[in-house]
Design a protein around this ligand. Structure first.
Ligand code: DAV
Length: 374
């Protein structure tokens, strides 16, 4: 086996798929309202998710695994901890942990390296432990595998704006987000791996409430041969992860969420290098499933298997049709029950191996996005 993945579309050989066992709705912590707002059916609840929802989520995850394996892709699964336990560090305590679905949030694969992210939710601080048995195995089997960990954040109250949500209206939230003013601040490097779009030598990071600029500077020093970019989608009031917003489909083609467009000055680098940005299809559903943290735009959270094949949630008929029209073989995967655990088909996975090498896909650099220059 070999750890090697430089993007989200080269032919997939080996992947990790999450598991739903013991998953908890987190108790109160400073940034909780960013994940569970006051209108959510999870507001005020915390603790283990109902067993029947865990079973349904796992059935869909297992079906997804079978489809991937039937295509010759090797699939590994994490080892869930008992997430329904309190946890402590010298700096904070939590009532519960979270889960190991979705792996995409915590594991960032760049070439032969898998890096555990410095996540901003306290309940997710120990989540990387569910992947340790796999990391140990990869370390033993692949002499070139780099098993890495970003600086563990302290996540004291100083990392958050504790009054951020006080009397905050929807318009107020939209305005703050447009001004890049989020519940997390720049006190220490914080990032979720799912905010980082890997395109060969260039890493495009979404600046939002799960990833700050200090993390991008850390990533730039950690990956000195890459170019780290900061991008943002000003119309998204709740920027959590780039993979329901800006999704590469194959070399030269990206789909963008039509209600969260990349501003023109930030899209110049894509145009200058011959990349086309198209609007994603409209979601088939007008609301997310029960007890779900994410928006209806999980419709575009697809898993690309190679330049011609893509997995799409089975009921997302508009997205299926759009990708079919673009020449893809589309594999429908029922996944609405799994959504509630923290995301769609891309979120539910983390790359171990794809074919291909580190390509320079953006030889013409355009001022504006590179973290070192702004
Ligand atoms: O639109 O709720 C979900 C992304 C999950 N990784 C959204 C973003």
């Amino acid at each position: 086996m070999k750890v090697n993945s430089w993007n989200d579309y080269d032919p997939l050989r080996h992947i990790i798929v999450g598991r739903a066992e013991h998953t908890c709705i987190p108790g109160w912590e400073p940034a909780l309202e960013a994940k569970i707002d006051r209108g959510s059916d999870m507001w005020g609840k915390w603790g283990p998710r109902p067993l029947e929802t865990v079973e349904k989520g796992n059935e869909e995850l297992d079906y997804f695994v079978n489809v991937l394996e039937s295509r010759g892709i090797r699939v590994d699964r994490p080892t869930p901890l008992q997430w329904n336990q309190s946890a402590h560090t010298p700096d904070f305590s939590t009532q519960t942990l979270f889960g190991c679905m979705p792996p995409r949030d915590v594991l960032l694969t760049v070439g032969s390296e898998i890096l555990s992210a410095a996540m901003m939710m306290r309940c997710r601080f120990w989540e990387y432990l569910a992947y340790h048995p796999l990391m140990q195995k990869y370390f033993d089997e692949d002499p070139n595998f780099r098993w890495e960990q970003a600086p563990r954040p302290r996540l004291t109250d100083a990392s958050y704006q504790l009054d951020y949500f006080d009397n905050l209206t929807q318009t107020g939230l939209e305005e703050k987000a447009r001004n890049l003013d989020f519940v997390t601040n720049e006190h220490e490097p914080l990032f979720d791996a799912a905010d980082i779009l890997r395109l060969g030598k260039d890493l495009f990071c979404q600046h939002g409430l799960t990833t700050n600029r200090r993390a991008m500077h850390w990533l730039q020093r950690h990956f000195p041969d890459h170019r780290v970019h900061s991008i943002n989608f000003p119309d998204d009031p709740n920027p959590i992860h780039i993979d329901a917003t800006f999704v590469p489909l194959r070399p030269g083609l990206i789909m963008n969420n039509p209600v969260r467009r990349l501003p023109p000055e930030q899209s110049r680098i894509f145009a200058a290098n011959g990349w086309q940005i198209i609007d994603a299809a409209w979601p088939a559903h007008d609301r997310a499933p029960p007890m779900c943290y994410s928006s209806v735009w999980l419709s575009m959270n697809v898993l690309v298997i190679d330049h011609k094949t893509v997995c799409v949630e089975a009921s997302e008929v508009n997205q299926l049709e759009q990708l079919d029209g673009l020449g893809f073989e589309v594999i429908p995967i029922p996944f609405r029950h799994a959504y509630s655990f923290g995301g769609g088909l891309h979120c539910a996975t983390a790359d171990v191996e794809r074919e291909g090498t580190c390509e320079d896909l953006f030889p013409k650099q355009v001022p504006g996005t590179q973290i070192l220059s702004n």
